[in-house]
Design a protein. Structure first.
Length: 735
């Protein structure tokens, strides 16, 4: 039985160390293949063998590490709201009690003005600080205790804050109630109640700001889920019934009024309107819809009444598939995260070791006061939160920004690989070109007029299902020609067709099909001219001679040339690889501005070519849309398919460009570079912050400047570091 994947929410995650603790526990379970815990999304994605382990066992394992589990998005949202309310309450309590503690501790004249001696003041400060620790800081202490519950002993951010503030409080409380003992032991009975109270309040301030910033970062993801209307107008006979969208079934007839959202995927039965599909394509221009047109759930009907039939509901809708893709990508891990995970696993133990070493050095150096202060400062300045958020929050914002632009990225690793691309291999048909043959030239060979020749062609081709036949019919219809339908029609596979029009026999097809006609040698020059332009040529003949030819061409997409030009500007090499003949490939490559092309290449050949490029050290992107592109899309460093292509191509790719717009490929490249740049900035500052902050907190500058980092400032810096990482990530959305 194959491995199953389940995603569930985890409550109580605080930092990278929490993530490491849960992942380590899950990976230790028999039957678990992979477990990725995401701090930004507060969830875990686990691949497991259901024969060896159940979800209940996974849930129990997570709960053993001190965290909660829920599979209900609604329940998780409610828990998050309750947690935020609790956080806000604890913050307010902290402010109310920390303020007088801070004022009374900082200004020596206030106690004198209140006629308080030092001992009495210390007792007052003790009782003012107590609610801050017991109420505002209770989560830090309970979290620290749960980290050391068996079977796992794993310190985290809670432990750092708890040990730092509790050591200051216990020291200060002892100095307040037993000053004589301290004097006898050679310690000055100094109190740090302000340090304990203010530190907890500052950390809570950082948590409040972090929660708000994370909410902003997650808006683009949660916003996708809110696009589907909650209600639909169901037509039952002559009755209009308002129902919840989840009760709509495939085949139901619905009415969509102006300004309302399309509830599910479907087709227009009657009516005309314009529909805003920007949520799907990223394009602001509305799309006209009339009878037979496809509708996508979540798009907005602008100005007309539409009667529609539901075709896809629930998990089958385009919107649900998009949301699933985006959520999976946001919850996946980029390779760069592996480094962070390794650091996070040993971060807190190393910080404790450094804090202890700091205390020992200062203690034996004869500065006992500095030993205590530096010990607390080292614990409080270290921030595993910033490390834990640096990568996942950047990925979430990047994937969400891509979805808004009409780019669906399947996993975080794709976003990371995309920025390294230096070669882009393009398929031709329906990728660089429109994928639709259009009649470009109509050239009679005898006394027939142009319209008469087109009319005969259309009449003969009317019963054919070949794409060339459809293009000729479309051209005749565009010119409003009336033409008879051939009798005694038959198709000769791979060659052409024949039939009778007005009792007279005609044939149409490839030039070689008609090369035995009387005037073929004369027409051959004209045929060659069009073929050299990369066009497809078909001929029409009666019993004896060719009556004329039609040339068709697959035109270059409007934006293709501009996309190639921009790629060349940023030193990305472009190559056209197609199964078409050399002439057609050369013509399209020249029109698009591509200098390299490979023609007559079969699917296996495309795959082989990409392998060859990779062997040379190139990082290759493959852009295609057909079944024949699937092997190459899978092999490429990043496969990019067009949503106008086949399902197989989209399944094989790493990213999908909605509406087949090649300009979105440029957006993908730029977004990838911007996202990875900001993630690296996040990691750089998270590491640098700790590399600089910890030594300063340890007092390395004290001997030279006489200054050190106080525990209060250390806690402020810790709180602000994670906020800065999230805020910096939000810049991804600016372009």
């Amino acid at each position: 039985m194959p491995y199953q994947k389940i995603v569930f929410n985890i409550t109580g995650l605080h930092c990278a160390s929490c993530v490491g603790r849960v992942e380590k526990k899950l990976h230790s379970l028999k039957g678990v293949k992979r477990a990725d815990v995401n701090l930004a999304l507060n969830n875990a994605a686990v691949e497991f063998d259901p024969k060896k382990i159940s979800f209940l066992q996974l849930k129990k394992a997570v709960e053993e590490t001190g965290f909660g589990v829920t599979t209900s998005p609604e329940a998780m949202e409610k828990i998050e709201q309750e947690e935020y309310k609790d956080l806000r309450t604890r913050f307010m309590v902290g402010v109310v009690f920390s303020f007088p503690v801070f004022i009374l501790s900082m200004f020596d004249f206030l106690p004198l003005a209140l006629s308080l001696d030092k001992h009495t003041l210390n007792i007052i400060l003790f009782f003012l600080t107590l609610p801050v620790l017991l109420w505002s800081g209770r989560k830090f202490f309970s979290g620290a205790l749960s980290a050391f519950k068996p079977p796992i002993s794993y310190a985290d951010m809670n432990t750092l804050v708890a040990v730092g503030t509790l050591s200051a409080f216990i020291y200060s409380g002892s100095a307040s109630f037993f000053p004589e003992f301290f004097l006898k032991s050679g310690f000055e009975p100094v109190v740090y109640f302000d340090t304990s109270a203010v530190i907890i309040t500052l950390v809570l301030t950082g948590k409040m700001l972090e929660a708000k910033s994370k909410k902003r970062a997650l808006e683009s993801l949660k916003g996708l889920l809110d696009l589907q209307p909650k209600k639909a107008l169901l037509l039952k006979g002559n009755q209009e019934i308002i129902v919840n969208t989840e009760y709509v079934k495939a085949g139901d007839v619905l009415l969509v009024r102006p300004g309302e959202g399309i509830p599910v995927d479907g087709i227009v039965l009657s009516g005309e309107s314009s529909v805003d599909e920007s949520m799907l394509s990223g394009e602001s221009l509305p799309v006209d819809k009339k009878k037979g047109a496809e509708l996508i759930g979540g798009t907005i009907n602008i100005n007309g009444f539409l009667k529609m039939k539901a075709t896809k509901i629930g998990k089958d809708t385009v919107l649900f598939q998009i949301v699933t893709l985006v959520e999976n990508a946001a919850g996946s891990k980029a390779s760069i995260q592996n480094l962070v995970d390794k650091v996070a696993n040993v971060f807190v133990p190393i910080v404790f070791a450094l804090a202890a070493l700091t205390f020992i050095v200062w203690y034996f150096a004869g500065n006992k006061l500095m030993a205590g202060v530096s010990f607390m400062s080292v614990l409080l300045v270290a921030c595993p939160c910033a490390l834990g958020l640096a990568t996942p929050i950047g990925i979430i914002v990047g994937v969400g920004a891509a979805a808004k632009k009409g780019i669906l990225i399947k996993n975080a690793d794709s976003l990371e690989r995309c920025e390294k691309i230096n070669v882009v291999v393009f398929d031709k048909t329906a990728t660089l070109t429109e994928g639709l043959l259009e009649v470009t030239d109509i050239e009679p060979a005898t006394g027939l007029g142009r319209k008469q020749l087109l009319s005969l062609f259309a009449g003969l081709e009317k019963k054919s299902e070949h794409p060339i036949a459809k293009s000729i019919i479309r051209k005749a219809a565009a010119e409003r020609l009336i033409f008879p339908v051939a009798q005694h029609f038959s198709a000769l596979s791979g060659f052409g067709i024949k039939g009778e029009l007005g009792g007279k026999g005609y044939r149409a097809g490839k030039p070689d099909f008609l090369k035995n006609t009387r005037n073929y040698s004369k027409i051959k020059i004209v045929i060659k001219k069009y073929e050299e332009q990369g066009k497809v040529v078909v001929c029409l003949a009666d019993k004896n001679k060719i009556l004329g030819i039609i040339a068709l061409s697959d035109s270059l997409k409007q934006n293709a040339g501009g996309v190639i030009k921009e790629l060349n500007k940023i030193n990305i090499r472009t190559v056209l690889v197609t199964g078409d003949n050399k002439t057609a490939a050369k013509q399209i490559a020249k029109s698009a501005g591509i200098k390299e092309f490979k023609s007559g290449v079969l699917p296996a050949g495309k795959l082989k070519y990409i392998k060859m490029l990779q062997k040379k050290g190139d990082k290759v992107a493959m852009v295609g849309d057909g079944i024949n592109d699937a092997p190459a899309l899978t092999r490429a460093d990043i496969g990019v398919s067009l949503s106008t292509g086949t399902d197989i191509a989209m399944e094989a790719s790493d990213a999908v460009l909605v509406n087949g717009d090649l300009l979105k490929f440029l957006d993908l490249i730029r977004l990838s570079k911007r996202t990875m740049s900001i993630i690296r900035q996040n990691l750089f500052w998270a590491f640098i912050y700790n590399i600089i902050g910890i030594p300063v907190a340890a007092g390395v500058l004290y001997q030279f400047t006489g200054h050190t980092l106080s525990p209060m400032l250390a806690s402020l810096f810790m709180a602000m570091s994670s906020v800065s990482v999230v805020t910096n990530s939000l810049r991804i959305r600016l372009k």
